[in-house]
Design a binder for this molecule. Structure first.
Ligand SMILES: *Cc1c(COP(=O)(O)O)cnc(C)c1O
Length: 222
């Protein structure tokens, strides 16, 4: 495993996809460190990584304690159990997996400041996937609008593992369209300006479809 080479390659591929899509706005690379120990995560940070993500609360806290003196932005990306919200939410810069109103209410109760959240949407309608369906969004947004500690910065989605190129294209472009519609509404506390989508296997398609945050793990650590 050569972290410097891998990190350079990821940056190059992100830049190429950005140019291909004629994007002027930045694409933020989030390094998902769930596969590696603190030492490896630290070595990756030293290659110039600024955004770190974990998908489990215990792992998040471990990395955070060890690396909190670096100037990093901290992302929690996995589904979050309500009983664990209090342990972690005030340390998180961005929470990517807001997938129920009950979870939003728990965050409201525990947060000491407004928390930047991505609303997770399930565009493919796949039963096994977390996230709100498009049909329920109006009701959900009306409920979340009551919660002043929840700031919805954008949408997050995950494509099914076995999705073809066409399906990826379809899911990511639909998510992008939805994000743009919601952004136009200029809802209070809900700028909806960001789009969290794309992992190692599909970040290029995601960037071509407007992703502003890509969550990349295995490409750094192979
Ligand atoms: C693990 C994980 C990623 C990164 O996946 P890779 O395929 O390793 O790049 C991105 N998002 C979420 C929610 C994850 O759990």
């Amino acid at each position: 495993m050569n972290l410097i080479e891998n990190a350079n390659l990821v940056r190059e591929q992100v830049e190429t996809a950005r140019n291909k899509a004629n994007r002027q706005d930045p694409v933020n690379i989030i390094a998902v460190t769930k596969y590696v120990d603190v030492e490896t995560a630290e070595a990756l940070v030293k290659t110039g990584i600024q955004h770190i993500a974990e998908n489990r609360v215990d792992k998040f806290l471990e990395k955070y304690q060890a690396l909190k003196d670096y100037d990093l932005t901290w992302h929690l990306i996995g589904s979050l159990q309500r009983r664990k919200v209090k342990d972690v939410i005030n340390l998180v810069d961005y929470f990517h997996a807001l997938d129920s109103v009950k979870l939003a209410q728990e965050i409201q109760k525990r947060a000491e400041h407004p928390i930047k959240c991505f609303l997770q949407v399930n565009i493919s309608g796949e039963e096994s996937k977390h996230g709100f369906s498009v049909d329920e969004l109006d009701t959900v947004l009306a409920d979340i609008a009551q919660l002043d500690k929840i700031k919805i910065v954008g949408l997050m989605t995950m494509a099914p593992f076995e999705a073809s190129q066409e399906e990826l294209q379809d899911i990511f472009s639909k998510t992008h369209q939805l994000q743009k519609q919601l952004e136009k509404k200029q809802l209070k506390n809900m700028p909806f300006s960001e789009l969290s989508m794309g992992m190692s296997r599909d970040f290029e398609v995601a960037i071509e479809n407007g992703a502003t945050y890509v969550r990349i793990g295995s490409s750094f650590f192979k």
